[in-house]
Design a protein around this ligand. Structure first.
Ligand code: ZN
Length: 133
């Protein structure tokens, strides 16, 4: 079962400018900045009442985020939903014919499991987040 929105991922070209806009002008709380080398992105996370907005800037031309921006421009990249059991949810979606990018969940940030649903099946790239059992 999907329980709530965990975070929203937004692809941007310039993270510093984005931080200025969302922190200084919009007044959101910047809670974390990190570089995720495996995904070739820099991330700035904001919190709004428990939902995180994650801005993603590519650090290399072959980053998945660089390819996304090239094709579609800056903007909404994915929506992540908290599940009560990510493995059961993956099985459930698969049994209903939903195309998955990851049939098995893997370790994401902050000790949770994550997996992606293919945007061909979900319109917007969808990330599932949660515990395995
Ligand atoms: Zn995400």
């Amino acid at each position: 079962m999907l329980k709530q929105i965990d975070h929203i991922g937004i692809a941007v070209k310039n993270l510093e400018e984005t931080i200025k806009l969302y922190k200084n002008i919009m007044g959101l709380e910047l809670i974390e900045q990190e570089e995720v080398e495996s995904q070739k992105v820099k991330v700035a996370k904001f919190d709004i009442n428990g939902v995180h907005i994650e801005f993603l800037e590519p650090t290399a031309p072959d980053s998945p985020i660089a390819k996304f921006i090239e094709k579609k421009g800056e903007g909404l990249h994915h929506i992540a939903y908290m599940t009560d059991n990510i493995n059961k949810e993956l099985e459930n979606l698969k049994s209903k014919g939903i195309k998955l990018i990851n049939e098995e969940s893997f370790d994401g940030a902050s000790g949770v499991k994550v997996a992606f649903v293919h945007p061909k099946s979900s319109i917007v790239l969808t990330e599932l987040v949660g515990k395995g059992e």
